[in-house]
Design a protein around this ligand. Structure first.
Ligand SMILES: [Zn+2]
Length: 58
């Protein structure tokens, strides 16, 4: 597990992030960083409900 510190520095999660913002953050995060921050279960469930594919780390 490697953390992309630079990406995290530049991409802080907004304090009162809504679903859309959190989803985009996590999708972006998966592409840019491989640290252990996972998509929260509730957010993942909401994404599945909306038919949004969750990319799995390779
Ligand atoms: Zn990360």
């Amino acid at each position: 597990m490697k953390i992309n510190k630079e990406w995290h520095e530049q991409n802080k999660m907004p304090k009162n992030a809504d679903f859309e913002q959190r989803m985009k953050w996590h999708l972006n995060h998966l592409k840019n960083c491989s640290c252990s921050t996972n998509i929260p279960k509730k957010l993942a469930e909401e994404m599945i409900r909306k038919g949004i594919a969750i990319p799995t780390p390779e």
